[in-house]
Design a protein around this ligand. Sequence first.
Ligand code: HEC
Length: 134
Amino acid sequence: MNTLTIPKNMNLKLKRIRMIFGALVLVAAIGGFSSCEKNSYAPAAVDPSTTWHFQTDIQPIFTANCITCHNGIRLPDLRSGKSYLSLTKGGFVNSPASTSRLYIRITTGDHIPRTTDADKLEILYWITQGAKNN
Ligand code: HEC
C-alpha cells in the first residue's frame, strides 16, 4: 500500500510544481515583454549630419515650449528675435555642445519633459554645428 501511495503523492506534487513553474514562466514572459516596451526607445529621427537651422528648427521649439516662462523676465530670453543674442551673450551655448548650459538644463530636472527627445537632439546638433544664427 505504502509503495503505491507515495508515487501518487509524488505525481501530484510534481504536477503542482509544474503548474507553479509554468505560471512563473508566464509571469516572467509578460513582465519581460512589457518592461521591454517601457525601456526601448524608438530610434530618434534626428540626423546629426543634417544642417540644423536656428530660425526654422530651434526657435519653434522655444516658441512652443519655453516662452511662457522665458519671456524676458528670466534668462535666457527665448522669445523670437531675442533668443539668439540671449543664448550666445549669456553663455548658454559652448563647445562641446553637451556641456552647454542650454543642453544641460533641458536634459536635467524639471526641464526634461519640456522638450521631446528629438528636440533635445536637434538642439544638441545645432550647438555642435557651431550654434549659428542660421
Ligand atoms: C514653467 C516655467 C519654465 C518653462 C516652461 C521653461 N523654463 Fe527654463 N527655467 C525656468 C526657471 C524657473 C529657471 C531658473 C531656475 C532653473 O535653472 O531651474 C530656468 C532656467 C533655464 C535655463 C538656465 C539654466 C542655467 O544654467 O542657468 C535654461 C538654459 C532654460 N531654463 C532653458 C529652457 C528651455 C530651452 C525651455 C523650453 C524647452 C524652458 N527653459 C522652459 C522655468 C521654465
